[in-house]
Design a protein around this ligand. Structure first.
Ligand SMILES: [Zn+2]
Ligand SMILES: [Zn+2]
Length: 244
């Protein structure tokens, strides 16, 4: 069956995510927009994933756990995880590799932990947007340990992307698919990086506010709606679009 999927959404736990990006608001907006599957991918944390999974179920859709990891090279990687337990474990691993610097909510924004019904459980005090000490080249094997997959995020962006920070994508690293920004024209990207010819890509919203969840509508053909199947599709690079 064809499913509309947005795997890159920030909740209010990301300091740059708007306070309106609560688990329940995200789930209801996604359901209203006709999405079947979503993933909240906050910066370097999976802290709101369980809440989003439950909120999505209440809204009649599916959420899978995710994170937007910042590597030591300041490259953003979209990471999809197979289960809430795997996400908890991966979240702990990443947290230990994040500098112990306190968030300044007045400057960066609040980092709000919530339950599925948008009750505030607490505030994450460590600033989540810093680079971890995890190197890009170690990311594919690291995600494999947790049963997940990593996808270079918004590769066309002029900062925090694999192309902006490294200048190229080494296919031997094992990334079989990439994410491009919702506003990216794939033909222009390919003109600038011809070596990306035939690279499978997926467009997510990277929404930090509810309005931005309206802007991307892409999907996958799935046999079953499970995180495992989605992870497998990205591992194989079996997404419908190619840079051509
Ligand atoms: Zn990013
Ligand atoms: Zn993002």
């Amino acid at each position: 069956m064809f499913c509309y999927c947005d795997f890159h959404i920030h909740s209010c736990l990301s300091p740059c995510g708007q306070p309106e990006m609560t688990p329940s608001n995200i789930a209801r907006m996604a359901a209203l927009q006709g999405y079947n599957i979503i993933a909240v991918s906050d910066h370097n944390t999976t802290g709101n994933c369980r809440a989003v999974i439950r909120a999505a179920a209440e809204a009649g859709i599916v959420a899978i756990p995710a994170m937007e990891l910042t590597t030591s090279e300041e490259v953003h990687m979209l990471c999809l995880l197979p289960s809430a337990d795997a996400a908890d474990e991966f979240g702990k691993y990443v947290y230990e590799r994040l500098p112990d610097i306190r968030n300044e909510p007045g400057f960066f924004g609040e980092q709000i932990l919530m339950d599925f019904d948008d009750n505030i459980l607490g505030y994450e005090e460590r600033l989540l947007i810093n680079a971890t000490d995890i190197s890009l080249q170690d990311v594919p094997a690291l995600l494999a340990v947790y049963g997940g997959v990593a996808i270079p995020a918004h590769i066309d962006r002029s900062s925090f992307s694999i192309l902006s920070n490294l200048g190229y994508i080494d296919r031997s690293l094992g990334f079989r698919a990439v994410e491009i920004s919702r506003g990216c024209d794939p033909r222009i990207l390919l003109e600038n990086y011809p070596e990306l010819d035939n690279m499978p890509y997926y467009k997510n919203s990277d929404a930090h506010d509810l309005y931005s969840m309206l802007t991307a509508k892409n999907g996958l053909e799935l046999v079953e709606i499970t995180a495992e199947e989605i992870i497998d599709i990205f591992k194989r690079g079996d997404v419908p679009n190619r840079l051509k």
